[in-house]
Ligand binder design. Structure first.
Ligand SMILES: Nc1nc2c(c(=O)[nH]1)N[C@H]1C(S)=C(S)[C@@H](COP(=O)(O)OP(=O)(O)OC[C@H]3O[C@@H](n4cnc5c(N)ncnc54)[C@H](O)[C@@H]3O)O[C@H]1N2
Ligand code: MOO
Length: 408
């Protein structure tokens, strides 16, 4: 029997390093940047106005007050996007809009509300403006390079490309980025008892559910997923079905057929072909395997539905995130007070499904189990928002004690 950490490390090794690709920005959301990205332009690229108003020389309005406004002739109009801005002569003002380039000679902006033009430039005399307030140098001016300087690293390698990171890439003039691409995964559910809905069930058959769980979990990480939903417990059939789908696949994930029975199709097909089968000291998810088959990484999960999803959380999710360049690969963990007594097998780490209620003020959060330890209890998992992790040495954990909780 190997430890959770040993198997986690073996699975992680199998999946690194990740592939990279240069993709249009729209295809990069949620992915991780593979190289440093330097800004091709400064942000802002030019000194510009932060307000709708009038570009002035600060010295010209140094005496302006509500009672004694300074009146200036308006000799220019600068909407955003204007590229041929004339210099501002001393003793004059230019109408200027937010984002428009500051005219040479101007060093500040008076917002329109501080003039007789008023909001929307609806009032006053279009040829002249009365300014009611001073505008010391730099007032409402957004300086060139204040946000990013051209040539500097705007986004370091390893950045997770969420909305602000992608916005920044676009703002510095990039249309594509080199990112770690998510693995393309083939999910294979094995079991001669499996039927896919809406076909009718005969006694002894069950509806196949593992592949959709794995598909959802993998897609949530950004993976491309294909599924084989019910491959019979026959070595020849299994090999043929999987081989036919292997082209372009970076990872095969199977469920079922790995324990100690007589029809363990995954074990029988792959044990002599490069996949190592082991027992991990955990519950659920004890029987596990991983290795390469025809050069493609394969991770074999036990068939019980809860075991599948717990195994995904414990082994596959961190390994896939790491292969995608993420450094934060763990779920958020918290300590919480247990609301019920729990029993756990000594020598195995137990992952119980639970419901976590967050801390309120100084009181620690609470967690209660959802369903028993059985790895067939999928309905209970569907009511859970966390896993309660009970260590190998735990045996009886009494209500009120603090336990580790993994937030899903
Ligand atoms: N003698 C022993 N028996 C078992 C052991 C053991 O150590 N010694 N381990 C038990 C544990 S723990 C697990 S977990 C299971 C794992 O068995 P397999 O990986 O071989 O899985 P199967 O037998 O194929 O299936 C187990 C269970 O899950 C259902 N199943 C399978 N695939 C699906 C699917 N795609 N959708 C829905 N349900 C599925 C299947 O019908 C079985 O009920 O072995 C224990 N036995
Ligand atoms: O190891 Mo099994 O996954 O307990 O049901």
């Amino acid at each position: 029997m190997i430890s959770v950490e040993e198997h986690r490390a073996t699975v992680a090794e199998l999946l690194t390093p990740g592939r990279t690709a240069t993709l249009p920005l729209a295809g990069c959301a949620g992915l991780v940047l593979a190289h440093d990205v330097r800004a091709g332009v400064s942000l802002p690229p030019f000194d510009n106005s932060a307000m709708d108003g009038f570009a002035v020389r600060s010295v010209d309005v140094v005496e302006a007050t509500e009672d004694k406004p300074v009146e200036l002739p308006v000799t220019g109009d600068i909407p955003a996007g204007r590229t041929d801005v004339e210099p501002l002569l001393p003793g004059t003002a230019h109408r200027i809009m937010t984002g428009a380039p500051l005219p040479p000679g101007a060093d500040s902006v008076v917002m329109v509300e501080r003039t007789d033009a008023g909001p929307g430039f609806a009032g006053g005399d279009a040829g002249r403006v009365r300014v009611f307030a001073t505008a010391p140098p730099g007032t409402h001016v957004r300086r060139t390079g204040e946000d990013v300087s051209a040539g500097t690293v705007a986004l370091p390698a390893g950045s997770v490309l969420g909305p602000p990171q992608l916005g920044l890439a676009a703002a510095v003039g990039l249309d594509r980025l080199t990112v770690y691409t998510p693995p393309r995964v083939l999910v294979v559910s094995t079991g001669s008892e499996l039927v896919t809905a809406p076909d009718p069930l005969r006694h002894g058959q069950i509806y196949e559910s593992n592949s959709i769980m794995l598909l959802a979990a993998l897609r949530a990480l950004g993976c491309e997923v294909r599924t084989l939903r019910s491959v019979a417990d026959d070595v020849g059939t299994f090999r043929e079905a999987v081989t036919a789908e292997l082209a372009g696949v970076d990872l095969v994930v199977t469920s079922g057929g790995v324990s100690a029975g007589a029809y363990e199709v995954v074990k029988d097909a792959l044990a002599d072909a490069g996949v190592r089968f082991t027992k991990v000291a955990m519950q659920p998810g004890g029987p596990q395997g991983c290795g390469r088959w025809e050069g493609v990484p394969v991770v074999t999960l036990p068939g019980n539905p809860v075991s599948v999803l717990v195994s995904f959380e414990v082994f596959l999710r961190p390994a896939i995130l790491a292969a995608m360049g993420h450094t934060a690969t763990s779920r958020q963990r918290v300590r919480a007070r247990l609301t019920e007594d729990l029993r756990s097998p000594v020598g195995k780490r137990q992952f119980r499904r639970g419901w976590y209620s967050p801390a309120v003020g100084a009181v620690t959060g609470e967690v209660g189990p959802r369903g028993g330890p059985g790895s067939h209890l999928l309905a209970a998992f569907a009511q859970a928002n966390c896993l309660i992790e009970l260590p190998e040495e735990a045996c009886e954990v009494v209500a009120g004690s603090e336990v580790d909780v993994i937030l899903l």
